[in-house]
Design a protein around this ligand. Sequence first.
Ligand code: SF4
Length: 413
Amino acid sequence: MSVFEQELSREISRRKSAKGAVASVVDEYYAKRAEASKNEEEMRSKLREIKEKSIADMDGLVKRAKASFERNGIKVIIAKDAGEALKAIGGAIGSDKQIVKSKSNTCKEIGLEALEREGREITETDTGDFVVKLVGEQGIHQVIPAMHLTPGQIAEAMGKKMKKKIPADPEKITHELAGYLREKIKGAEVGITGANVLTASGEIVLIENEGNISLVSRIPKKHIVVAGIEKIVPTLDDAMHVVRCATLWGTGRPWPVYLSVISGPSSTGDIENELVKGAQGAYDVTLVLIDNGRSRLQKESPEMLYCINCGACNNLCPAYRQVLGFFGARYPGPKGIVYAALEGQGKQNYLCNVCSNCEFSCPAGISLPEYIRKARGKLKMETDSEMIKKIREFGNPFGKVEKGKIPDKLYCC
Ligand code: SF4
């Protein structure tokens, strides 16, 4: 067997076992979800209502949220794009070097790792994201990024990093990793998190099952929150509904294991009634609100901003389950295919078979397939006009034909 054949056969068996793992995770998810909720339709329509209202008034909510957070002692920076966001985060980090972070799709979107220079160390504390980075792969799911990796693969990569033998056992791997990450969090000066939802009344809401987000946001002296402006809803009641939906559609459970509501830096007035910042939690809190194309999306494709990142659209997607999330722009899965289409990456959207399972699965009822259809229509128009132009110029749709050479583009009508 050639080296190529050996590698191919290894890759095929890896994908087979990964697909099996994904199938069992998804089956378990549906069983839990059915048990956890009897009123999904009601929850969906309320979520849709909250998101429609919030996205229609996105600018107004940003202004109100900024004023509320600042009143509560949280610094707010509004970043137009990824570059501005990185500059703002870098400024908030200052000369501190030890940084821990929790899983955040927004941090991925802006390429936070660009700040890992000048001696800074940014440690990921989410088990799945840490493991994916360690193995040198990319996350395949918004909520369970490492679900395609086997315990054997993870134990091997961790063994190399920690220079000791790690048994290929999920419990032992998790405990080993938790100990390692706890030490990193204890020594960190800055904690960076995302936010699941923000309110115009000045609350940052974070949900998690592992407990790392609470530690990252409380133990270091500085907490930097990085979130898209579409995450703001008017009230804490609205936010709690988003939390319920994100948890149910994301994990199949009714509530997350941990729920944090942060409305200001840690403080106490216990000594002589003088308010002092910094008791046990972070005493310096900065919120970086990111636009990065969201204002444009609000006008062109507002529904895409209704997304609460639960990842449910992946679960019934036949393409996702075959390609295992290694497609799409910004996010894996159907939502990523739509972003790829919106960002002009034409080929990606032909991975979708427009079955509409994603729309059916989405708690916000986003018509993802409709975006794909529109993108294909646009692509077809561009291709048609290119072919017509070439037929006029060269008498054929391929352009200049040279004997023995395959044209760069082959079209099919
Ligand atoms: S598009 Fe819908 S199902 Fe997919 S991640 Fe967003 S909210 Fe969840």
